[in-house]
Ligand binder design. Structure first.
Ligand SMILES: [Zn+2]
Length: 333
């Protein structure tokens, strides 16, 4: 792409970003761009608190130009992380996934072929994970107690998804390959399980558990799956789980787990947060979640009854079913 094509493409996505890029670079892709210059390009759109899919794509184009120096690149990474954390991409493009068709990626990711082999007790959090817990979260999603949205952040920093316990919300970001999306859904649903089970722990341990569950699912569905973040450590943990060794006090398992935690602690994404506490102080909210999760766990026991069970659940005239009906009406489908 030459200078002029780059500008035209950028302008078709967002005129403001394009004009500011031109001012900062003289319209030349070869121009060096420092921190101040990239700040001038990026900040005005972030201040709107709402970045649309096209604007995200425009930011991605700027981010991937060769001219950015190290400081400019670091500034952009920091700004993009802040935009994710403050729901700025979410505000610009999120749409709720409500119907069974919408939720097909969730069904695919949480089917038995993926989560059926998740059986382990975490040396970090002390939690025991099993397929039924994933089914229960899937049930809560269908009941509207956990809401799922899709948003488009142009795959910036390759963030694929996120779960927020304060909002009971899963966001799937567009653009992930189906297998990577499935791994991410299992990862985020693992966080949902931790939240609805009122786990008190530390970020590095809740992440290690989620990365392990994601790997068991992804490698179970496809042994050649190649998108693992911590390939060696996740694969080692998965093998021990399949051997039935992933129990409390097992030496090899505890070591494999510790190795993964070490890798997570060393990752830039987690360096600042790995030792932060996980788990809220909201007593009432926690008690409500515990009760509902127990109900869902009893209700959505096995995968093969899942289709029927969801429909029955809706027929029960629960708040959940009213909620879904209301959302369906709003969504026009
Ligand atoms: Zn995570």
């Amino acid at each position: 792409m030459d200078d002029r094509e780059f500008f035209t493409k950028l302008a078709s996505l967002d005129r403001g970003i394009a004009d500011r890029w031109k001012r900062a670079t003289g319209g030349r892709l070869s121009a060096r761009v420092g921190e101040k210059a990239v700040e001038a390009i990026v900040i005005p759109v972030l201040l709107t608190k709402k970045v649309t899919a096209s604007q995200a794509q425009a930011l991605a184009m700027v981010f991937h130009t060769e001219g950015l120096n190290t400081e400019a690149r670091i500034f952009m990474v920091t700004a993009i992380i802040a935009a994710y954390d403050n729901d700025i991409f979410f505000a610009g493009s999120a749409k709720p996934l409500i119907t069974r068709d919408d939720l097909q990626p969730i069904d695919a990711a949480l089917g038995m072929a993926n989560v059926g082999k998740i059986h382990f007790t975490s040396p970090g959090t002390g939690m025991t994970y099993a397929p039924d817990l994933y089914n229960a979260i899937r049930g809560l999603i269908y009941a509207g107690k956990i809401r799922v949205f899709e948003a488009d952040a142009a795959l910036l920093l390759t963030r694929l998804g996120n779960y927020r316990g304060d909002l009971n919300r899963i966001v799937l970001y567009k653009g992930a390959a189906p297998a990577a999306r499935a791994e991410m859904i299992v990862h985020e649903v693992t966080h949902a399980i931790q939240d609805w089970r009122n786990l008190d722990s530390t970020v590095k341990f809740i992440e290690a558990d989620a990365y392990i569950a994601g790997a068991v699912a992804a490698l179970g569905a496809n042994p050649d799956y190649s998108f693992l973040e911590y390939k060696a450590e996740q694969t080692a943990a998965k093998e021990l789980i399949l051997d039935g060794s992933a129990a409390r006090m097992d030496r090899a398992w505890t070591e494999a787990y510790a190795n993964l935690v070490k890798r997570i602690e060393a990752t830039p994404t987690y360096r600042a947060t790995s030792n932060l506490k996980f788990g809220g102080a909201d007593k009432k909210g926690r008690a409500d979640k515990a009760t509902l999760f127990k109900d869902a766990l009893a209700y959505f026991k096995a995968d093969n009854i899942f289709a029927a069970a969801v429909d029955d659940f809706y027929q029960m005239g629960s708040d959940a079913s009213k909620y879904v009906k209301r959302l369906l009406a709003l969504g026009g489908k």
